[in-house]
Design a binder for this molecule. Structure first.
Ligand SMILES: Nc1ncnc2c1ncn2[C@@H]1O[C@H](COP(=O)(O)OP(=O)(O)OP(=O)(O)O)[C@@H](O)[C@H]1O
Ligand SMILES: Cc1cn([C@H]2C[C@H](O)[C@@H](COP(=O)(O)O)O2)c(=O)[nH]c1=O
Length: 218
């Protein structure tokens, strides 16, 4: 029986900073040491996630904010909460911070975005990947833009500043935030740092005591 407590870790950060690459590397590391985990992402591949994804570029800020938040709530109900409760390490490529940042680029105010997302569980660890704007722009150019946000000329500096602000806000609200500057560190090194923090969080968490063992102790 798995007696370790599950954890929910989100990985966010500006366009092209390396979220997907880092999450994949982290998954490989956890697999190598036999830790039960689940890699997931937002938008999800549910009907709501597809609706949100397809609306990017053609819908206004309020519509996008509500669609992405609805997908987030479904993600929590169907994937994040049940899997973490079953003892898995759930790692999401984009989560709440994306909702607080991307829709500001669509003209929405941060306070309103917080309210729309008020019922989204805080992650046990919110990783915010950062890099110098010049590095971000170079990574985006090398990989290629995937959406209309990434084709804006000043996107890297603007997003980097908004993620800093979102990280401050999450930390002030009591969420454990890990900011990692990836400008000089490859994805493997970044994944190894996150892995160490996950180990630390698990060591701090009380193990789940199965009911029978608890009764025997009492
Ligand atoms: N730590 C790193 N150092 C250098 N290059 C990296 C690092 N992490 C990722 N990359 C490279 O940067 C590019 C963007 O990476 P990736 O697609 O993982 O970013 P992303 O943040 O998931 O992008 P998006 O915001 O579009 O979802 C890729 O070419 C990837 O190989
Ligand atoms: C969670 C979330 C996502 N978005 C946008 C940002 C991108 O355009 C896509 C995600 O695609 P990627 O492959 O991860 O780059 O969705 C958003 O606007 N708001 C959100 O909350």
């Amino acid at each position: 029986m798995n007696t370790r407590r599950g954890l929910f870790v989100s990985v966010d950060g500006p366009s092209g900073v390396g979220k997907s690459t880092t999450v994949r590397r982290l998954g490989e590391r956890l697999t190598a040491v036999g830790v039960a985990h689940h890699l997931t992402a937002e938008p999800t591949d549910s009907h709501l996630g597809r609706l949100a994804y397809d609306a990017v570029g053609s819908s206004s800020g309020p519509i996008l904010a509500c669609l992405f938040a609805a997908d987030r709530y479904l993600h929590l109900e169907r994937v994040i909460r049940p899997r973490a409760a079953a003892g898995e390490i759930v790692i999401s490529d984009r989560y709440l911070a994306a909702g607080l940042v991307m829709q500001q680029l669509d003209g929405m105010k941060l306070d309103w975005l917080r309210q729309v997302n008020a019922h989204a569980d805080p992650p046990d660890l919110a990783v915010i990947l950062t890099a110098e704007p010049g590095v971000l722009a170079a990574r985006l150019a090398a990989r290629g833009a995937k959406n209309h946000y990434q084709r804006r000329p000043d996107i890297s500096a603007r997003e980097a500043a908004l993620y800093e602000e979102a990280a401050d806000m999450l930390a002030a609200a009591g969420t454990r935030v890990l900011r990692l500057d990836t400008s000089q560190q490859d994805a493997e090194t970044v994944a190894a740092i996150i892995h160490r923090h996950i180990d630390q969080l698990q060591a701090e968490a009380k193990p789940v005591v199965p009911a029978q063992a608890r009764e025997a102790q009492e």
